[in-house]
Design a protein around this ligand. Structure first.
Ligand SMILES: Nc1nc2c(ncn2[C@@H]2O[C@H](COP(=O)(O)OP(=O)(O)OP(=O)(O)O)[C@@H](O)[C@H]2O)c(=O)[nH]1
Ligand SMILES: [Mg+2]
Length: 631
């Protein structure tokens, strides 16, 4: 017996699979309370364990929630099937499974599986389970196996490649056109191609194995734009790192020199044809452009490359990584906002299936639906902005409270992977994730640094920057980036061992200028000196420069110098006070010792007479006592 929905699930599109894959990672990184992710048998079905909520289910029992996806997901809602443990509850179970359609009422394409599951949880705990099917719809059958569907999914591109008979034609004639088609991991793939190819495509992401899509990279160098910024080779190699971080398998890349991009396809028609043959030769599933494409260019390229090939740009890739990595509610909201704003002008593609189904006859049908979707998206964007705003206010209150204790705040900024989190961890014993991946950190973390001389300051780790950083992302992360613009001192961490350190510095300076931070003092830290080709040369260069400190966050070298330099910089921002602190305000005296630089303390009849440099904000607190000062 076959499930009524099995045939439609077979046709689940690549886009849907991609989205599911992303959601899956998001789910694993940030599971809502009460849910435990159990098995992902393939991209089309998730099984999630829910612990029984008292009152509605048997408390303490573990239930499974299975989410099955229809052909046109995310346009159509998934079926949510509830699998109870034995013994069955007589009221709500049928054949051992139930299907809930209660969520269909509020379905919108932008909903994620996590949000569906969260609504189910709240539904279960509020005893509103009403829409239970026991007529067979959505019920699982024993022969509805996973392997069948996996085979069905993979069959299509293979058949197409064979039909075109173009395998292996892409590498020829490519030199002239500055093409660098290369098969990655070619050593491993020689010989036992089929088997090792498939095996090599499972990658570990956030502790889980995910299937890596084959990606092909495309870059454009603008004629006359070799002004010391990132060269096309370097930019593409960074794009490759981004693709790897996103869990893709890069199989080749190409680039072209153009005076100005083609308005229809961004690249020239010869290059389009060349990429097309590479797609067939390497079974490419995703083509990634190094620059932001217009919605029209995206559509035209997808049409030319064929329905199954996904085309995306650097911005979409970065958004994808952020989406996978967002570990807190605030980061997830900010990423969702950036993604929705990016999607809004690009919605057209999602509805093209409506037109295809109708043989292209009812064009208006898809268009109307696009308008509806755009409205839904705009509403969601507005709601998200509201929620982010409330978090922002909350964060601000928290910052204000922090300011009440006048410990200076030092913000670490810098290019992604420069070593900011490693430095924070080293100085504060924090355990912020630091790894050799781009965008390891999305949320600011603040920790107290206690220096050897008893002084302290707060150190904030922030999201890393990158060249060609999407403006939508900078705008969406404004709430987080406020941490930077409200700090007392910026520490710009540079990976000095990186061959493109100079260019990375420029890219960071560009974003900092956008954030209007020119009035905040800055200290530059050359990190990873242990990794530099000639560490001694780097160190002596740093000595000659003002405001540059050379360190290795990994080995701890130079950290004392770093703390001293921070203290010196902070001192520049302090004011000189002489104040008589009454004996009953003893806590003020110890705060002065913590945050300021005390020159002299003298105990007199009615208090302690202190002469010190203190932060301006704190000096204001001392004003009444300064008036009584006898100097
Ligand atoms: N050799 C060497 N490696 C370092 C040093 N500092 C950091 N690293 C390595 O560089 C990689 C990136 O470090 P992170 O601390 O995650 O960098 P980050 O600036 O926080 O990166 P994002 O959060 O992605 O912006 C990790 O693999 C670190 O171990 C250093 O001083 N020397
Ligand atoms: Mg980090």
């Amino acid at each position: 017996m076959t499930s009524p929905s099995a045939s439609s699930r077979k046709a689940l599109s690549k886009i849907a699979c991609n989205r599911l894959q992303k959601e899956l990672v998001e789910w694993q990184v940030n599971p809502p309370a009460g849910f435990k992710h159990k098995v992902t048998d393939n991209l089309q079905r998730w099984i999630i364990e829910v612990n029984g909520a008292p009152g509605t289910l048997y408390a303490g029992e573990t239930y499974q929630l299975q989410v099955d996806f229809p052909e046109h997901y995310p346009m159509e809602a998934p079926q949510v099937i509830f699998v109870p443990p034995a013994p069955l509850h007589p009221h709500i179970y049928s054949n051992g499974h139930i299907c809930l359609d209660i969520l269909y009422d509020s379905w919108s394409p932008a909903m994620t599986v996590s949000s569906i599951c969260i609504s189910i949880l709240s539904m279960l705990s509020s005893s509103t389970v009403k829409a239970v099917h026991n007529d067979g719809v959505g019920i699982l059958y024993s022969d509805d196996t996973v392997s069948e569907r996996v085979a069905a999914l993979d069959a299509e591109p293979e058949a197409e490649a064979q039909a075109n008979g173009v395998a292996g034609t892409a590498t020829e004639e490519s030199d002239e056109q500055r093409t660098q088609v290369r098969l990655k991991n070619s050593e491993a793939k020689k010989g036992n191609v089929e088997e090792s190819d498939e095996e090599g495509r499972f990658k570990l992401r956030n502790g889980r194995e995910v299937f890596a899509e084959k990606a092909y990279l495309v870059g454009v160098a603008r004629k006359g734009e070799s002004d010391g910024s990132f060269g096309i080779e370097e930019s593409l190699s960074e794009l490759e790192q981004l693709a790897d971080t996103a869990g893709l398998l890069v199989v080749g890349s190409t680039h072209q020199k153009l005076a100005s991009p083609n308005p229809r396809t961004y690249i020239g028609s010869g290059k389009v044809a060349e990429i097309k043959s590479a797609i067939h030769a390497f079974d490419v599933e995703t083509v990634i452009f190094d620059d932001e494409l217009s919605p029209g260019q995206l559509r035209n390229l997808e049409k030319t490359f064929g329905g199954d090939v996904r085309v995306c740009d650097r911005t979409a890739l970065i958004l994808d990584i952020f989406n996978q990595r967002a570990a807190t509610r605030e980061a997830a909201l900010q990423v969702s906002l950036a993604q929705m704003e990016y999607q809004l002008p690009r919605l057209t593609r999602m509805w093209s299936h409506l037109e295809r189904q109708a043989g292209g006859q009812v064009k208006g049908m898809g268009e109307k639906q696009i308008e509806v979707d755009k409205r839904i998206l705009r509403d969601q964007i507005a709601a998200l902005k509201k929620e982010i705003e409330s978090i922002r206010k909350h964060r601000k209150q928290y910052r204000n409270r922090r300011f009440a204790v006048p410990v200076p705040v030092v913000a670490l900024v810098g290019y992604t992977n420069a070593g900011k989190s490693t430095l924070l961890n080293r100085l504060t014993g924090a355990d912020v994730l630091a790894e050799d991946k781009l965008f390891a950190t999305l949320d600011p973390t603040t920790r107290r640094v206690q220096m050897k001389n008893g002084k302290e300051f707060l150190l904030t780790d922030t999201v890393g920057f990158i060249q060609k950083l999407p403006t939508t992302l900078v705008a969406a992360f404004r709430a987080t980036l406020e941490e930077i613009s409200e700090s007392s001192l910026l520490v710009h961490v540079v990976d000095i061992s990186h061959p493109l350190a100079e260019q990375q510095i420029d890219a960071v300076e560009k974003v900092l200028a956008e954030l209007d931070t020119s009035s905040i003092p800055k200290l530059i830290v050359w990190n990873k000196v242990d990794n530099a080709k000639d560490p001694e040369k780097i160190k002596s260069e740093a000595k000659e420069k003002e405001d540059v400190i050379c360190i290795s966050a990994l080995t701890g070298e130079g950290l004392d110098d770093f703390c001293n330099a921070v203290q010196e910089k902070l001192k520049d921002m302090m004011v000189w006070v002489e104040a008589l602190i009454p004996f009953d305000k003893g806590e003020l005296l110890s705060t002065i010792h913590h945050v300021g630089l005390v020159e002299k303390t003298e105990y007199v009849e009615n208090g302690a007479l202190v002469r010190a440099h203190v932060p301006l904000r704190f000096a204001r607190l001392l004003t009444p006592m300064r008036q009584t000062c006898v100097s």
